[in-house]
Design a protein around this ligand. Structure first.
Ligand SMILES: [Zn+2]
Length: 177
């Protein structure tokens, strides 16, 4: 026969006792599964790191990313779809900047429409474009960023830069210098 429940504290006590007994029953199996998942996780990341090291693709992404990063993966997967699109677009170069659009045949000229100094790549936009020098200084503390500096940028700062610049929200072919 079960215990008589008098108030909420009894329910909580019962719940705790039941949970503890269930945990004790399955503890060894749970611990074994956690060990297996941790080992699987390590294997996946070491395999991805090796693949990243040996492959030659993702040239623009390599400016911003040194390889698979569990902490950054968790952080980015917790963001909204719009945030994911904006950030991944800039990190990979697959976004509404002129160089990528010219590769797709959407724009003829890959040159930056804001400064006209270079192709409008992610590196140019985030690190070099004169039109965003003041914004860059406000967010990253420097008017220009070397290519080597990009990997150390915080992604939340990169997002702030993208959004505040408004560059990816502009209509294609409608940028005024
Ligand atoms: Zn520019």
């Amino acid at each position: 026969m079960g215990r008589v429940v008098h108030d909420v504290s009894d329910i909580t006590e019962d719940f705790c006792l039941t949970s503890f007994l269930e945990f004790e029953k399955w503890k060894d199996e749970i611990v074994e599964n956690i060990r297996f998942l941790a080992a699987l996780n390590d294997w996946v990341y070491s395999t991805l790191k090796e693949h990243w090291r040996l492959s030659r693709g993702c040239r623009q992404a390599r400016d911003f990313v040194t390889g698979p990063d569990p902490a950054r993966s968790i952080w980015i997967l917790g963001r909204s779809r719009e945030t994911l699109n904006q950030l991944v677009g800039i990190l990979t170069g697959h976004c509404k900047l002129r160089r990528h659009l010219s590769l797709l045949g959407i724009e003829e000229d890959p040159t930056c429409p804001r400064c006209g100094e270079d192709d409008e790549t992610s590196y140019h936009f985030v690190g070099q474009c004169e039109a965003f020098r003041r914004l860059r200084f406000a967010i990253f503390g420097s008017g220009t960023l070397s290519r080597e500096k990009l990997v150390s940028l915080g992604w939340s700062d990169v997002l702030t830069f993208i959004r505040t610049s408004g560059r990816l929200s502009e209509r294609i072919g409608r940028v005024n210098r």
